[in-house]
Design a protein around this ligand. Structure first.
Ligand code: SF4
Length: 138
């Protein structure tokens, strides 16, 4: 896809109050990569409702990014495995997510690979959309 056709997204620090902010651990294992792809899918298919934000920046103490998490209309935390790094980063800052999903609890095995099954992404993204009720709002 040429750069001119890239999907432009709202600036999360300007629009957080109006958006579901999605934070993913992006872990370097199957479950982390599935979580990342699910986050991308939710964002790209609901660009007026949701926006991924940089979890690493939050973990690094970036005030702008921490404020995004605090100001979010709703906060969606996606963890790859039971270590729940996304949720723990938020917990350390006293921030409670509105929704928390953990990919390993959704029938995906944690494997030492960056590969994943697209069918798992579709299935889990569908469940998340139903949970956060995007369909009913459309
Ligand atoms: S939650 Fe699991 S997969 Fe995600 S970054 Fe932490 S250890 Fe890695």
């Amino acid at each position: 896809m040429s750069k001119e056709n890239w999907q432009k997204l709202p600036l999360c620090h300007k629009e957080a109050e109006n958006l579901d902010i999605i934070l993913v651990c992006d872990g370097a294992a199957s479950v982390g990569q599935v979580g990342h792809e699910v986050g991308v899918k939710l964002n790209k298919e609901n660009p007026d409702k949701s926006r991924m934000c940089c979890l690493s920046a939050i973990a690094a103490g970036s005030k702008v990014h921490i404020d995004v998490a605090k100001k979010a209309k709703r906060l969606i935390a996606i963890n790859g495995c039971g270590n729940k790094c996304t949720s723990k980063i938020l917990e350390n800052l006293g921030i409670k997510p509105t929704y928390e999903f953990t990919i390993v609890n959704e029938g995906v095995e944690k494997v030492s690979t960056l590969d994943f099954d697209e069918a798992d992404v579709e299935r889990i993204a569908k469940k998340m959309v139903e949970t956060i009720e995007y369909k009913e709002e459309q």
